[in-house]
Design a protein around this ligand. Structure first.
Ligand code: HEM
Length: 135
């Protein structure tokens, strides 16, 4: 059973981090669009991905992670998991910011980059902690 949940956890976390990375990048690229029709089309796709792919797959990652943490005793084995959960909170906050930027039509590019870059760094940090379990 552990192998099943580990596989589920890995595939879903790839989708969570990958979806957020590309959604935040597409917000940056979207700033180059010229017409309102183009913007509305991209916004429609982004909105659907955010609501119907990102949030459900985030729930799968959280639940499978919780199962793994309980069944491997990870909560009492080391402190890497707590740091990872702190980064997870940050990732969720940046996911919410990404959702807000999807709804906005125009804003400075630097704000879009300030969401896109942390998502990459936080995702990398979480994967590092979970894979190497350094402490
Ligand atoms: C977006 C959120 C998350 C990401 C990116 C993520 C990433 C990862 C990765 C890459 C691994 C594989 C480590 C390996 O086997 O080499 C892993 C395992 C693990 N994750 Fe997560 N995780 C997330 C959320 C969670 C949550 C919410 C929990 C607990 C409440 C959790 C608990 C665990 C545990 C206990 C393992 C280790 C299982 C084992 O020792 O075999 N994860 N995670």
């Amino acid at each position: 059973m552990k192998n099943f949940f580990l596989t589920l956890h890995l595939i879903s976390m790839c989708l969570v981090v990958g979806t957020l990375f590309l959604q935040s990048l597409s917000v940056v690229i979207r700033l180059r669009l010229k017409t309102r029709e183009e913007l509305a089309g991209v916004q429609f796709v982004q909105r659907r991905i955010h609501k119907f792919i990102y949030y459900p797959i985030l729930a799968v990652t959280l639940l499978s992670g919780l199962y793994l943490a309980i069944h491997t005793g990870a909560f009492s084995k080391g402190s890497w998991l707590y740091v990872k959960l702190f980064l997870l909170l940050l990732l969720i906050v940046f996911g919410i910011l990404n959702g807000k930027q999807i709804e906005k039509d125009v804003f400075p590019k630097k704000y879009a980059m300030m969401v896109h870059i942390p998502i990459f760094l936080i995702g990398a940090g979480m994967i590092y902690l979970a894979t190497l379990k350094p402490f």
